[in-house]
Ligand binder design. Structure first.
Ligand SMILES: [Zn+2]
Length: 270
């Protein structure tokens, strides 16, 4: 089977080395993982998730009596923070997720990106564009996501200006013009059906709590509260606040579902 997230990581490594604007990226601090999403359905193809956003300021929820406007109850004070992800002693700063199999079937036709490429550009270039797009979200100052972000740390499709898309397309052209080894990007030329026929399956790294993955969570903090108001406790985080390599798991992605992939033998085939 083809390890799709590993192929993307290897391609990204080459892209960063050949693209001056991305050369600051240390891919050891970036983890690529798969999420499930059907092909030809609405939704993202990939997302860049930042784990370096600082803790939020303390806040709380409150409820008021509709008639009197009086505060009737409130939550504990809480902050929101990013979980930690550590793999092999390295603290991961960014996660980039690819939605499978949807991403495998992304094509330039009818995409807004089509205008950025000359007529006759092969359809799979849309995938290379997405790979570089997500890398371009990594902030050179390591201060979050390069462009505007939503409060939960993911990027919003409404926050990219037209410049962003243009610069990504320039980097795609630049990369292909630099004569990279076709073996590194060839896997993008195949759609999901073709990959399945050629490799007998598509697998990728996921987190053990799939379909969940490391996401911002709320944590209660001790702060003085008015003793006359009922205080609702903040729910403790339901997902890990620290992830390690032990929390990673391979899954096989299929058209309608995904399942845990188990390997035969201790060694993985090259
Ligand atoms: Zn984006």
């Amino acid at each position: 089977m083809i390890n799709y997230t590993e192929r993307i990581a290897l391609l990204m490594d080459d892209v960063c080395r050949r693209t001056p604007r991305l050369s600051f990226i240390d891919l050891k601090e970036v983890l690529i993982f798969g999420r499930f999403g059907r092909s030809h359905t609405e939704g993202a193809f990939a997302t860049c998730h930042c784990l370096t956003l600082p803790e939020s300021e303390p806040g709380y929820y409150f409820w008021r009596d509709r008639a009197t406007g009086q505060l009737t109850r409130r939550s504990e004070w809480f902050i929101t923070k990013s979980p930690q992800v550590r793999v092999g002693g390295t603290k991961i700063k960014y996660l980039i997720s690819f939605v499978l199999p949807r991403f495998c079937d992304q094509s330039l036709d009818r995409s807004r990106k089509a205008d950025l490429y000359p007529a006759g550009t092969p359809s799979w270039i849309a995938k290379l564009d997405t790979v570089i797009h997500e890398l371009y979200h990594i902030d050179p100052d390591a201060a979050g996501i390069r462009k505007l972000i939503r409060a939960d740390g993911t990027d919003s499709p409404h926050t990219h200006g037209p410049e962003f898309y243009k610069e990504v397309a320039e980097m795609v052209h630049g990369y292909l013009a630099s004569n990279p080894d076709p073996e590194l990007y060839e896997f993008l030329e195949h759609d999901f059906d073709a990959l399945n026929s050629a490799f007998g399956g598509v697998v990728g790294t996921t987190f053990r709590n799939f379909p969940s993955f490391p996401q911002r969570f709320m944590q209660a903090v001790e702060m003085p509260v008015d003793p006359h108001v009922r205080v609702e406790p903040v729910k403790p985080p339901s997902q890990p606040v620290l992830y390690t390599a032990d929390d990673l798991q391979m899954r096989q992605f299929m058209e309608q579902t995904s399942r845990r992939a188990t390997r035969k033998g201790a060694h993985r085939a090259a």
